[in-house]
Design a protein around this ligand. Structure first.
Ligand SMILES: [Zn+2]
Length: 287
C-alpha cells in the first residue's frame, strides 16, 4: 500500500518541537532528514506535503526526496501574523504588504504553495477551546488573494467556524485541522471544492497527555468525526495528513494512524484517495 502524507513537517521528530528546532538551528542536520526520508519510504509514503519550517529542512528534504521515490511538495516556510500562533513553523508579517514580501521570498525559494496560519490552536482545556489568536476576519480575503495572484495555492492552518467560513468564501484551497466547523462550513467546503485535511492523528496525540484537561482531546476528536460523516454525505473532499512529526505523531508512520482514524470516522479508502489526489494535483506552483 502506498500513502500520501498530505500534512507533515519533516523537521519534527514526534516529541518536542523546541528540541527539533534546536537540532537544526545552525543548519539542517542532513543525516537526520535523510534517515527520516528512508523511514517514510519504508512506511510506503510516496507523496509528502510539508507544512513548513523556518530552518530550511523541508527544502533540503525536497531536494533529496526523488532518491527515496517520494514526490515532495513544500511551502518552504509558514506565514503568520506577528505575535499570533505560527512562530514554530514560519515567518511573521505585520501588514498585507509584508505578507506580499513573504510570498515573494517563497517564490524565490521555489515554494510549491503558500502556508498561511489563520487561527490559533486547540487549547485542550475545554471542548472547543482555542488559543494563540489568529487573523482578524477582515484580513483573511486580501492575503489569500495576494497568494493566488502570485500563482500559489493556499494551505491554511485554521480552526473555528467563523475564520473557516471567511477563508473558504475567499477561495482557500485547503483547510488544515478545521476543528469546530458548523454545517455552513461543510456546505462551503462542498460548494468551493476545497479539500479538508482534519489531521486526526495530531489531536489523538493529545489524548491522556498530562497538563491538559482529561477528555477534551477525545471530545474535540468526536466532533471532528461527526463532521467527517456529514462531509462524506455532502461529497466534500477529505485528504489524509497526520501532521507527521507533531507531538505523539510518528514522523514516518503517522499517516498509518491517520488512515485508521479516518476509516473509524466512516471514510472508505476510495474517499480518502479522492481527497489525496486533489491535494497532489493542485498543490503545485501554478496548479
Ligand atoms: Zn502542521
Amino acid at each position: 500500500m502506498s500513502y500520501s502524507e498530505c500534512h507533515g513537517h519533516i523537521f519534527m521528530d514526534g516529541h518536542v518541537f523546541r528540541e527539533a528546532m534546536e537540532l537544526h538551528r545552525s543548519g539542517v542536520v542532513r543525516e537526520v532528514i535523510d534517515e527520516r526520508l528512508g523511514l517514510l519510504r519504508e512506511a510506503g509514503v510516496t507523496y509528502y506535503r510539508d507544512g513548513g519550517d523556518k530552518l530550511g529542512a523541508s527544502l533540503y528534504a525536497r531536494s533529496r526526496a526523488p532518491e527515496y521515490g517520494i514526490e515532495y511538495r513544500t511551502c518552504a516556510f509558514g506565514t503568520h501574523k506577528r505575535h499570533q500562533y505560527g512562530g514554530l513553523v514560519g515567518l511573521p508579517f505585520d501588514t498585507a504588504s509584508d505578507f506580499r514580501g513573504l510570498v515573494a521570498l517563497a517564490k524565490e525559494q521555489k515554494a510549491d504553495f503558500i502556508k498561511l496560519m489563520i487561527s490559533g490552536i486547540m487549547d485542550f482545556q475545554s471542548f472547543g477551546g482555542l488559543m494563540g489568536g489568529g487573523l482578524e476576519l477582515a484580513e483573511i480575503p486580501e492575503l489569500i488573494k495576494i497568494a493566488h495572484g502570485e500563482g500559489f495555492r493556499v494551505m491554511a492552518h485554521v480552526n473555528g467556524a467563523a475564520r473557516i467560513k471567511t477563508a473558504l468564501e475567499a477561495g482557500l484551497d485547503s483547510v488544515e485541522h478545521g476543528y469546530f466547523m458548523d454545517d455552513e462550513c461543510l456546505t462551503l467546503l462542498q460548494e468551493t471544492g476545497a479539500v479538508w485535511v482534519p489531521t486526526l492523528a495530531a489531536t489523538a496525540g493529545f489524548a491522556g497527555r498530562p497538563g491538559f484537561t482529561q477528555g477534551v482531546a477525545e471530545a474535540n476528536l468526536r466532533h471532528a468525526c461527526e463532521n467527517i460523516r456529514k462531509a462524506k454525505g455532502l461529497g466534500v473532499l477529505i485528504a489524509a495528513g497526520s501532521d507527521a512529526g507533531a507531538v505523539n505523531v510518528p514522523p514516518d508512520r503517522g499517516i498509518h494512524i491517520e488512515h485508521t482514524l479516518l476509516a473509524a470516522a466512516g471514510l472508505e479508502p476510495e474517499d480518502v484517495a479522492k481527497g489525496d489526489e486533489a491535494i497532489r494535483r493542485r498543490f503545485v506552483y501554478g496548479g
